[in-house]
Design a protein. Structure first.
Lengths: 499, 410
């Protein structure tokens, strides 16, 4: 976001050619067809969904198994080439942005669902499996996978694990990290280890909890064990309109303070509503704000909580309340919400999707600050967000053809992050830091905080081989490994190995 | 439970009253190169090999401030030495709770709960410490204060240091403050009791509840009669309590539906009036808090109730006097407690239990001295041990914090 590359479009990046011996060795491991190194073919991989950041990898490798990934990592390490993992390339923070000279490790071919255990409530999948395909696999049996990022029909589980992805329904059900029971990890030295597993509380540090959300900087995840849930008996949805985001924000606060934990509660402002209408043809009115809320659980609980929530909406100034009459109508309402990002293209030639978090109780104050900034800078900002957990997604609209406007939009988007930090929130709730927000990490965390995180990274990857340039604001070297690894007696005896 | 501080008599005590004092005290231990053991409420000192060679006993109970409770945002920032009981009373006055119900709430401190990954039956619904912790501040072995996470529930900026601290047993740094997400206190709750089920039926009960889309907040299976009279034999039968909580209408509906499910299956079940529900959960607390010489935590996959019962409990019960056990069948976790029988082959029974629960684990929270070693306490070394060692060395290169107490001799 603060990178100059978006402000003044860089010329097409030129790849640093990979040494022919590396190409040959990689081909021997994964098959020559799965090694991409012609400059024209590499262009597909220059960026993820944050298209303003571009860099060319030296080579793209598409392995088909854990063992192949491990061998690729070893070859890259020997050649001194960084390794950048990539799932579906839907990330919005430049997490899969190549670094010049890197091996880009595409995991899209590893898309098998390996094992389903309904009795114990888990499913084991490869990282290239699409998020929504997990739920599809188990839907007929009455189960689902809870994390539901808006891109769930295209994004992969591996990418979700890297980013600790959220979604509208994580307010009640938690994020990716709360649903990952175990993973298989290829480490920097090409070892393969299993962290966690279907049985809870594996003795040892919660390395799994650290790997999830580490944005591909600690290792390559090649298998994931996910928790799956029984579908709730009942879901009740309502859509309510308000004169402004202030009344809508008050409604959210009141609902939560009565003890209701909605499955999801989403807010859209006027611009976002207009965009959703333009994209879907929904007959939503032109109003200042709207809420879309799900409650779920057993039928009596869902009935009770939706009734209470509707009463609160009326009391806090709702103009109109709609309850879907059918599942189709409900799905259409959610489609309106989920398409709000992409629909911005109908209102503006260009836009920046921002992702920040504030304490829920400060929503009205923060929106007022954003509105003031928007007026000052003469740029429209649409707001679509997960109101229940204070996760804002302001969309800064601009026209790249107007000189200076892109730069101004960049600045405004950055100012919004600073507001989030000032209110005690976070610079990212679900999109990740990636390359985009790395410069802001130093504003949210102290040097000592970052140093501590860097120590953890060095523990996993002392050569900072995996996804360099992401998360941390400045490049860091690990230095010598402190102390000396002392193998456990059982390892010496051959009862265990270093994995 | 509270293992005496054996071998620590010669250690110097440090008891900071503020975070600044704690940071200074940590820096002092770094200058001295002294070995440090953090102690909160002292409820889990029996976990891990007995500490030895400790120079400084670092007591955290002076760090007893609730730094911030934002009821509207449903978060609390609290210093490590605050007891869970004190915290819950404060939150309860605002209609909220920290959804953790581990043993000894009036002694267990927040820092200790995080360090030991303590949990209770509510985990069924709300998850464990790792699902509720959203921020942490620590003081590293070198005296540097650092933090990770934040004050908002949704946050993916930077590595998840809070989760790294969970269950780390004071080997990575001083946990100074913790930030948790909170939940509303439920309007109503109700417990059903199924007094006599065998292990296979307990497993079927869990599946039947899920099939019926019931969402209990707790399910606990107590070994019937505690085996007290049998002494040497486990009869394989459980008394099960299932609790629902939430708004009144939902609790009523779910309780009634579970009763119907049980009746259809021919299982005896009853909806307990409040006083008897309290009694059931008090008996549950007695099992998990028993002041005895042996206490182990068992982990298996949820559907493996029969293996837990027949193989694991079946091995351990005969070598314990007054053996008792609680198993949480929706989680696959449980505890077995008792007094080791003089001369009985406890180590062999433990090995048999571990063999039965391959893929799971048996961890000793309290055990005779001869078993409190590595790998005796933790079982076979974890797959990620080299990485764990590496993390330890980056954060505590001198191996000064609780040396030898953790997995793999960390």
């Amino acid at each position: 976001m603060s990178s100059p590359s978006r402000v003044s479009p860089a010329p097409d990046p030129v790849p640093v050619p990979a040494p022919p011996t590396v190409i040959e060795r990689l081909g021997a491991v994964v098959g020559p067809a799965q090694v991409i190194h012609e400059p024209v073919d590499l262009r597909t991989y220059e960026c993820d969904a944050l298209t303003s950041f571009r860099a060319a990898p030296s080579v793209v490798v598409l392995p088909g198994s854990t063992e192949e990934v491990a061998q690729v990592v070893r070859i890259a390490a020997e050649a001194g080439m960084p390794v950048v993992p990539r799932g579906a390339g839907t990330g919005l923070s430049g997490g899969a942005l190549p670094v010049p000279g890197c091996v880009l490790l595409g995991l899209s071919r590893m898309k098998k669902i390996l094992e389903v255990d309904l009795d114990d409530g888990w499913i084991r999948v490869q990282p290239g499996v699409i998020n929504l395909d997990v739920s599809k696999e188990i839907s007929a049996a009455g189960y689902y996978y809870a994390p539901d990022p808006s891109s769930q029909s295209v994004c992969t589980i591996g990418g979700n694990v890297a980013e600790n992805s959220g979604g509208a329904h994580c307010l009640k059900y938690g994020f990716t990290v709360n649903h990952v029971l175990g993973c298989r990890l290829v480490t920097a030295d090409g070892s393969v280890i299993d962290l966690g597993g279907p049985a809870l509380d594996t003795p040892g540090y919660d390395l799994l909890g650290v790997v999830v959300g580490s944005e591909g900087t600690l290792g390559i995840v090649t298998e994931v064990v996910l928790r799956i849930l029984r579908k709730p008996e009942a879901t009740r949805t309502f859509f309510a309109t308000f004169p402004s985001t202030t009344e809508a924000g008050n409604c959210v606060s009141e609902i939560i303070s009565t003890g209701i934990v909605p499955a999801a509660i989403e807010m859209m402002d006027r611009l976002a509503i207009q965009a959703a209408v333009a994209a879907t043809g929904l007959d939503w009115p032109d109003v200042g704000a709207a809420l879309l809320m799900d409650v779920d659980g057993c039928s009596a609980e869902a009935e009770h909580t939706s009734k209470v929530a509707v009463e609160i909406a009326r009391r806090t100034g709702a103009l109109e309340i709609r309850v879907p009459r059918s599942e189709d109508e409900r799905q259409l309402m959610w489609k309106g919400r989920k398409s709000a990002f992409a629909a911005m293209g109908r209102l503006s030639p260009n836009y920046i999707v921002q992702d920040g978090v504030i304490p829920r109780n400060d929503i009205a104050r923060v929106l007022a600050e954003i509105a003031r900034l928007s007026q000052e800078r003469g740029l429209r900002v649409a707001n679509v967000f997960h109101a229940g957990d204070g996760n804002l997604h302001p969309l800064v609209l601009y026209d790249a053809k107007v000189p200076g406007q892109e730069h101004a939009a960049e600045e405004l988007a950055g100012e919004i992050l600073r507001i989030c930090i000032r209110y005690g929130g976070s610079i990212t709730g679900e999109h990740g830091v990636g390359a985009d927000k790395a410069p802001y990490m130093g504003e949210m965390f102290s040097e000592d905080d970052l140093d501590t995180m860097a120590k953890v990274r060095c523990a996993f990857d002392p050569g900072t081989t995996f996804n360099p340039g992401k998360v941390f604001p400045t490049p860091r070297l690990c230095g010598d490994r402190p102390g000396v690894y002392r193998p456990h007696p059982t390892e010496v005896a051959g009862l265990a190995d270093r994995g | 439970m509270s293992a005496p501080l054996q071998g620590l008599e010669s250690a110097r005590e440090v008891r900071p009253r503020s975070l600044d004092e704690a940071t200074a005290a940590m820096a002092e231990t770094a200058r001295e190169g002294s070995k440090v053991l953090f102690v909160g409420g002292g409820t889990e000192l029996g976990l891990g090999p007995a500490p030895s060679g400790i120079d400084v006993l670092f007591r955290t109970d002076g760090l007893d401030r609730v730094v911030e409770h934002s009821a509207l945002d449903q978060i609390v920032v609290v210093e490590a030495g605050v007891t869970l009981g004190a915290l819950q009373r404060l939150l309860g006055a605002k209609g909220q709770m920290l959804a953790l119900d581990p043993p000894w709430p009036d002694r267990a401190t927040v820092g200790g709960l995080v360090a030991t990954n303590a949990f209770g039956p509510r985990r069924t619904r709300y998850g464990s410490v790792r699902d509720l912790i959203i921020g942490v501040s620590i003081v590293r072995a070198d005296g540097t204060a650092a933090r990770g996470g934040g004050k908002v529930v949704k946050n993916v900026a930077g590595f998840d240091l809070p989760k790294l601290m969970v269950g780390s047993l004071g080997t990575l740094g001083l946990i100074a403050t913790v930030t948790f997400r909170l939940h509303p206190r439920p309007e109503a709750e109700e417990t059903l009791r199924l007094p006599d089920l065998d292990a296979e039926t307990v497993r079927r009960l869990v599946l039947a509840m899920r099939q019926a889309q019931l969402e209990p907040n707790a399910a606990a299976a107590l070994v019937r009669d505690g085996g007290a009279d049998l002494g040497v034999r486990f009869d394989g039968r459980f008394e099960v309590g299932v609790r629902f909580e939430g708004f009144g209408a939902g609790v009523q509906q779910q309780a009634q539906r579970l009763l119907e499910v049980a009746t259809r299956q021919g299982w005896t079940a009853e909806r307990l009036p409040a006083a008897r529900a309290t009694d059931f959960w008090a008996r549950h607390d007695q099992v998990r808090e028993a002041a005895v010489g042996f206490r182990a935590k068992l982990s298996a996959q949820p559907a493996e109730v029969e293996r837990v019962a027949n193989a694991a409990l079946g091995s351990l019960f005969p070598v314990l006097d007054q053996p008792r056990a609680v198993h949480y069948p929706t989680l696959g976790l449980g505890f077995v407690t008792g007094e080791p029988r003089p001369g009985a082959p406890l180590a062999a029974a433990l090995a048999a239990a571990r063999e039965a629960l391959v893929g799971g684990s048996v961890v000793l929270h309290s055990a005779p001295t001869e078993l409190r070693n590595t790998p005796g306490v933790w079982g076979p070394p974890a797959a990620g041990l080299p990485l764990m060692n590496s993390v330890k060395l980056r954060l505590d290169p001198g191996r000064r914090l609780a040396p030898g107490r953790f997995v793999g001799g960390i």
